[in-house]
Design a protein around this ligand. Structure first.
Ligand code: NAI
Length: 307
C-alpha cells in the first residue's frame, strides 16, 4: 500500500541541503505540510543564510505543496520554539519531526579543541533535544507523534577524527531509547536513521561517481518508513546507495559469579561464558539488565539452599 502523509505537518531540520532537503521534498510530495528549517551556514557550522531553505520552499510550492521556511538554529531553544509556534499558528499541529541538522568539525582527538567538541555536541545532541522538547507536549496532547533521529555509523562504530561527531551521534540513540519508553502511551514513535549519502558533508570523502550512487533520495525512501502511521518504534535503519539494514545493541546472557569468588581473576576466567553470543538479546530498558542479574543471583541462592 502506498505511504501517504496527507494531512500531516512535518518539521525537517537542516532541510536546505543534502538529506534534509530530500526528506522535505519527499514528505511534501506525499502530502505533508512542511517546515523547512535551516540555519544555512557552512559545513562546519559557521555563517547563516535563508537562501537554501527558501529555495526548497519554492520548489515544494511549484509542485503544488505547502511549506514554510524557518532559519532557527536548532541549538537555540528560543528560536526552535518560535519555529514550532509558527507551524502551530499556520497548521495547528505537528505530527512529524525529522532531526536532521548537522555539522562536522573533524580532527583527531589530539588536535581537537574542546570548543569544536562542544559545538558539534550542541548542534546534533542539543539540537535534537531542543526540537523534540518543543514538539513533545503537542504530540502528547494529539496522541500522535513520529520523530526520527539522525545517527551515523561513526557514532555506532567509530571513525578516525570524529570523536565529537561520534559521541553526538551515539547520544541521539540514547535520547531515542528513553523517549520511546516515555512516549509509548501517547502513540509517539521514535526511530533513527543511519544514512550514507553524497552531500556536501561527504563530497570530499567520496569520488564523484560514488557521490552519484549515494543519492540522498535512496536514504529518504527508507526514512519515510520511519515516520508514517505504520512506523516501527526504536528502529535504527541504516541506508545508503540502495542498501538497507538495521542495527541494534545486543547484550550477552552473561554469567554469574558468587560474592565470595568475585575478583578480576575470576571475571577473566569466565570470559568465554560472559561473552558467549548464544541467547544474546536487545534489552527493552535499562532495568531489564538489573532484573537479569537479580535472577541469576536468586537462582544461585536457591541452588545453595537446596544443598
Ligand atoms: P549537509 O551539510 O548537506 O546538510 C546539513 C544541513 O544542516 C545544512 O543545510 C546546514 O545548513 C544545516 N544545519 C547545520 N547546523 C544547523 C543548525 N544549528 N540549525 C539548523 N540547521 C543547521 O549534510 P547531510 O549529509 O545532508 O547531513 C544530514 C544529517 O545526516 C546530519 O545530521 C549528518 O550528520 C547525518 N549524516 C550524514 C551522512 C552522510 O553520509 N551524508 C552520514 C551519517 C550521518
Amino acid at each position: 500500500m502506498s505511504i501517504s502523509f496527507e494531512g500531516k505537518v512535518a518539521i525537517i531540520t537542516g532541510a536546505g541541503n543534502g538529506l534534509g532537503r530530500s526528506h522535505a521534498l519527499a514528505l511534501a510530495a506525499r502530502g505533508a505540510k512542511v517546515v523547512v528549517n535551516d540555519l544555512g551556514g557552512a559545513r562546519d557550522g559557521s555563517g547563516a543564510s535563508s537562501k537554501a531553505s527558501q529555495d526548497v520552499v519554492r520548489l515544494i510550492e511549484e509542485n503544488g505543496g505547502e511549506a514554510i521556511s524557518h532559519g532557527a538554529n536548532v541549538a537555540n531553544f528560543d528560536e526552535v520554539q518560535d519555529m514550532v509556534q509558527q507551524a502551530m499558528d499556520k497548521w495547528g499541529r505537528v505530527d512529524i519531526l525529522i532531526n536532521n541538522a548537522g555539522i562536522l568539525r573533524d580532527k583527531s582527538f589530539t588536535k581537537m579543541t574542546l570548543d569544536d567538541f562542544k559545538l558539534v555536541m550542541d548542534v546534533h545532541v542539543m539540537g535534537s533535544v531542543n526540537c523534540t522538547k518543543a514538539v513533545w507536549d503537542i504530540m502528547r496532547e494529539q496522541n500522535y507523534g513520529r520523530i526520527v533521529m539522525t545517527t551515523s555509523s561513526s557514532g555506532m562504530y567509530g571513525n578516525f577524527g570524529q570523536s565529537n561527531y561520534g559521541a553526538a551521534k551515539m547520544a541521539v540513540l540514547g535520547l531515542m531509547n528513553t523517549l520511546v519508553i516515555e512516549g509509548a502511551k501517547n502513540n509517539i514513535r521514535i526511530n533513527a536513521l543511519a544514512p550514507t549519502a553524497g552531500t556536501r558533508m561527504t563530497e570530499d570523502l567520496m569520488p564523484e561517481e560514488i557521490v552519484k550512487a549515494f543519492a540522498p533520495e535512496a536514504v529518504t525512501a527508507g526514512m519515510l518508513t520511519l515516520c508514517d502511521d505504520d512506523a516501527p518504534n526504536r528502529f535504527i535503519l541504516c541506508a545508503g546507495a540502495g542498501g538497507y539494514s538495521s542495527a541494534s545493541i545486543f547484550e550477552t546472557e552473561g554469567c554469574f559469579i558468587p560474592q565470595n569468588a568475585q575478583s578480576p581473576e575470576t571475571v577473566r576466567e569466565h570470559w568465554n561464558e560472559l561473552t558467549a553470543k548464544d541467547n544474546q538479546a536487545a534489552l527493552e530498558s535499562g532495568a531489564k539488565q538489573g532484573e537479569k542479574f537479580v535472577m541469576k543471583a536468586m537462582a544461585y541462592m536457591q541452588s545453595q539452599q537446596k544443598q
